[in-house]
Design a protein around this ligand. Sequence first.
Ligand code: FAD
Ligand code: MLT
Ligand code: ZN
Length: 445
Amino acid sequence: MTTADGDGLLAALRGIVGQSHVLTGEDTTGYCADWTGRFGGPTRAVVRPADTAQVAAVLRTCNDAGVPVVPQGGNTGLVGGGVPRNGELVLSLRRLDTVGALDPHTPSVTVGAGVTAATVQRVAAGHDLALGVDLAARDSATIGGMVATNAGGIHVVAHGSMRQQVLGVEAVLADGTVVRHMTGLAKDNAGPDLAQLLTGSEGILAVITAVILRLVPRPADTAVALIGCDDPAGALAVVAAVRRVRPLAVEVMRAAGIAMVAEHAGVPVPLAPLPAWLVLVEVEGGPTQLEEVVGDRPSAVAQDAADARRLWQLRERHTEAVNARGVPVKLDVTVPLDRLGAFVDRLDAIVPGAISFGHLAEGNLHVNLLGEEATAANEDAVLRLVAEHHGSIASEHGVGVAKVGHLHLTRSAGEVDALHRIRQAMDPAGILNPGVVLPVRRPDR
Ligand code: FAD
Ligand code: MLT
Ligand code: ZN
């Protein structure tokens, strides 16, 4: 190899993954900008390994040359952690798309990091099972990316986030060392859990290459309803009611967001006049399960699968409808449920035009700042408000590069220092995702 910047590096990488899997120039375009168009930059190359051995060889080569690497899965991340910023090499894991053994007893399935959530759902459905985490980006989001971000999504109220689904992991450290703990045992306390350490690590500790995922029973019947409420207190009463049955999803939207989706996607709105707050609930069982939840509130209860899909579109198409209005500043926050009303009052005073929606049962609101409100000052004000209400400034999308400057609001100096030390131990040269999650430390520190 000549220099880290010279042809020697690319030639070495081509020797590992093959000529056609090292992309440069215009061929890298789709890998260099994030889903929202807010984050991204140039890359020296996109490298697409086919298996764990190739991932290890690529990382060893980059580590020896001191070349920074951005791991990338489906590139649906919303905080800029999976795209290059300053010419870093992109390591695309999408070709690691093998679906391995499904163990019907645990139940669980072994998959490569590049397998999409939709593929896992399809495979699991063939056995009357499901992946407990589901999200609107299911067709592109990869299991590696979902573990790396500890993705949440629409079923956390029933099954938890990715952290609760991961039973084993195979990963490659920055220096090319392969680490595996793939027993898939439901109980296994033989020391600290590597899979849990890597879950939510956003590509700064290791590159995930394979995962054993817990699967959950697929409900025989589900019922879906859209329920109108006057205010956050009304929405929280729905949460309390739905917890008395078997909730699968409890999602919240507001009138402005619903109107925006209806206009953007042409999805009919079943409630008129449109209530200020709307809660979409899905429960296990038939429509009778919803009777007490709905009570005498304005509501639309799905009569069939097509109805249910339409109601879900009103919720799931918020992200694309927001994007259609321009590049948003997306905030992904959680506040304790008993502070939600007070938080929203203050939020509405700061950014009255924001489009807010999210996962109500966890107090997780996605606050999208648009147009003139999409400023750094408003972002700062909202995140400080979250901290004041004892919330999280990075709920399910992660920290990425978007929230690094605000990490101190909800993580103590001691915690941040411990994270730096873990990172330093696992990636001493600091080649994996520099600037993501943690601020880059000067060498003398
Ligand atoms: P990428 O975007 O490629 O990467 C995300 C992060 O993971 C980056 O830091 C990257 O470096 C790292 N990474 C990727 N692969 C690996 C790997 N193999 N090893 C190590 N690090 C890796 N998120 C939710 O939590 N809940 C939602 O409900 C939700 N809904 C969404 C809806 C839409 C329409 C969109 C566009 C996004 C949504 N997201 C949601 C965000 C996104 O889908 C998740 O963060 C998802 O987990 C990212 O997966 P990915 O494969 O696209 O990862
Ligand atoms: C969602 O729940 O739809 C997402 O996390 C995506 C978003 O925040 O736009
Ligand atoms: Zn979400």
